[in-house]
Design a protein around this ligand. Structure first.
Ligand SMILES: C[S@@+](CC[C@H](N)C(=O)[O-])C[C@H]1O[C@@H](n2cnc3c(N)ncnc32)[C@H](O)[C@@H]1O
Length: 221
């Protein structure tokens, strides 16, 4: 499947699998553990503006809003079908979040408009060129001193994790996932201008090593 022609890769690559995304993630990826950790570590304050990049079904977007109801929380995703599931979840939760359709490498937001940008399991869906384009856009929309929090596949912690990751590569494609498993995401963050790039945590999962990264837009951006 050509990323250029489709513009985005759906959550589980094929549209017909999107409805199964939440249960599969819950069962296989320690989802609640790593997403709750990200939200707690970010310490979002009242009145802050938050973006969830490639929000999918909005699980993380809603956790952020739940942790800080007085923040303005926006999720963006390219896939209108996954956003329909996200809207249903938001409406059932009674929480008010904004859900926008758009491409992560062409964000429809002004410069310096967010305090935190979160992203979970998005970057391995993007080609290297689009990873860098998306990161430049994140850098642009974050205010100086703003924080980037990323969860995605990273360098395999051991040979078993590397072998298990082949399943993700078969599903999501080898070209978009290679930079992840080669451990290159942190260098891409630095390349577009982020400072204090840190690998915060690693989780062993049935699909490989999931990494949490943190980076900061310098005050003199
Ligand atoms: C694996 S899902 C992760 C969803 C959610 N962040 C989570 O952690 O459950 C990846 C999401 O990224 C979206 N996506 C992929 N490429 C995109 C792009 N270029 N622009 C916007 N969204 C994109 C897909 O539609 C999908 O919903």
């Amino acid at each position: 499947m050509e990323e250029k022609s489709q513009k985005y890769i759906p959550a589980l690559r094929y549209d017909w699998l999107t409805a199964l995304y939440d249960p599969i993630l819950r069962l296989t990826l320690r989802e609640s553990e790593f997403k709750n950790y990200m939200v707690k570590a970010a310490q979002v304050q009242p009145g802050q503006h938050i973006l969830d990049l490639g929000c999918g079904t909005a699980s993380l977007t809603l956790l952020i809003k739940q942790a800080q109801p007085d923040a303005e929380v926006i999720g963006i995703d390219g896939d209108e079908k996954v956003l329909m599931l996200a809207r249903q979840k938001a409406s059932q939760s009674g929480m008010v979040i904004a859900l926008d359709q758009g491409m992560v490498y062409d964000l429809p937001y002004p410069d310096n408009s967010f305090d935190h940008v979160f992203s979970s399991l998005l970057f391995h869906h993007l080609s290297r060129e689009n990873k860098l384009r998306a990161l430049r856009e994140v850098f642009r929309v974050l205010r100086p001193d703003g924080q980037l929090h990323v969860a995605d596949w990273g360098k395999a912690a051991n040979p078993l994790m590397r072998a298990l990751f082949l399943l993700v590569q078969v599903l999501d494609g080898f070209s978009t996932t290679a930079d992840n498993v080669n451990g290159l995401l942190p260098s891409f963050f630095s390349q577009v201008g982020f400072a204090d790039v840190v690998l915060v945590r690693q989780y062993m999962t049935v699909f490989g090593t999931l990494c949490l990264y943190h980076a900061q837009k310098p005050v003199q951006g």
